[in-house]
Design a protein around this ligand. Structure first.
Ligand code: ADP
Ligand code: MG
Length: 331
């Protein structure tokens, strides 16, 4: 079965007519559109479907609203941009309409929007036959020609990630197995249900021009590093012992053996993966203590290697995908 990435590549090849104001179309975390002589606009859209992207049994309506906006803000952060506008459309079955879901959904959405001064500019409401459908659109601004693209990495650049990885995937496993009572589980479940977009870090990288390429970690490190390398026509080598695994994974014996795999392939951490010229490494260390250097970009286009115990292993993209997946389950 074809994957969604194969479909996206096919659409991209077919849609060739280009308005010169559209600087970057399909293929990056956001489209980049010329706004005026000083600024560019970045725009992203994300679809969330009940029982695929969230489950009402696990998630409060406020968290669903938060996550819908957080996913879009994460894409804006990945461009080094400042979020400014958002639109939210929601389709709800009648029985959900009769509950307090929609009001509480907006409470969660608006709380996160206020944190980053994002204005709700519009949306749409429809009745849905069976499950809730949410479309989140957000837009932001960068200074002219300053959007950080997936395609800017060069051989020799260092590879960095923010925060720590594998937490959201572990949180999902805890929810699936019903193991939610252990006190150590709450930060993992929080990471899954109510993720924080890395808006401030994205802005610092954009304003200080410290990153050569960037993507957010929505599908998982193994997949998203591949997307960045494909766009940049490079390879990468990362080091197992440098990957910042979520510290709470150690608290669960079922995650200990699997922690590295969760960090490599687990989706939805919404951290940032970026590359930088080695001359900026010291500045990055100082300005962004939450960023870890995990490897380097190589000239071996398409070859993504993991160095573990002095052995190099090729990494296959095993992160989340909706269609044609190795493991086709988000929830
Ligand atoms: P992200 O995980 O950063 O949100 P996606 O993997 O969803 O990115 O999308 C990658 C690129 O493909 C983006 O530029 C997005 O706009 C584009 N894209 C995704 N789905 C479609 C679609 N159905 N039609 C056109 N472009 C799409
Ligand atoms: Mg993205």
């Amino acid at each position: 079965m074809k994957t969604e990435f194969e479909l996206i590549n096919a659409i991209c090849t077919k849609s060739k007519t280009r308005n010169p104001k559209l600087k970057i179309g399909i293929g990056d975390d956001c489209a980049v559109i010329c706004q005026n002589s000083q600024t560019d606009l970045v725009v992203t859209t994300d679809l969330l479907i009940e029982d695929i992207d969230f489950k009402l049994d696990w998630s409060k309506p406020e968290f669903v609203g938060h996550k819908a906006l957080a996913a879009s803000l994460s894409d804006i952060a990945a461009m080094g941009a400042k979020p400014v506008w958002a639109l939210i459309s929601i389709g709800v079955p009648e029985k959900i309409w009769a509950s307090d879901f929609v009001e509480r959904f907006y409470d969660g959405w608006l709380r996160l929007a206020r944190k980053f001064a994002v204005e709700l500019a519009g949306g749409d409401i429809s009745r849905a036959p069976d499950k809730i459908v949410i479309d989140s659109i957000a837009a932001g601004e960068t200074r002219k020609n300053r959007a950080i693209l997936r395609s800017g990495a060069q051989a020799g650049d260092f590879v960095f990630v923010t925060g720590n990885l594998g937490g959201a995937a572990a949180g999902l496993r805890l929810l699936e197995s019903g193991k939610t009572k252990n006190p150590a589980s709450s930060s993992l479940i929080q990471k899954q249900l109510c993720p924080d977009p890395q808006t401030k870090i994205g802005l610092i990288l954009g304003e200080k021009r410290l990153a050569t390429a960037m993507i957010d970690l929505s599908d998982g490190l193994s997949s998203d590093l591949r997307h960045l390398c494909e766009a940049s026509k490079t390879g990468a080598k990362i080091y197992a012992e440098k990957i910042p695994i979520h510290p709470k994974l150690k608290s669960f014996k079922e995650f200990r053996a699997d922690a590295l795999r969760l960090a490599l392939d687990g989706g939805e951490d919404f951290e940032l993966l970026f590359t930088a010229n080695p001359k900026n490494a010291k500045k990055i260390e100082k300005l962004l203590p939450a960023a870890s250097r995990i490897g380097e970009i190589t000239a071996n286009a398409g070859r993504i290697e993991l160095c573990q115990d002095s052995k190099n292993i090729l990494i296959e993209p095993r992160g989340f995908r909706h269609f044609g997946a190795i493991e086709n389950a988000k929830l």
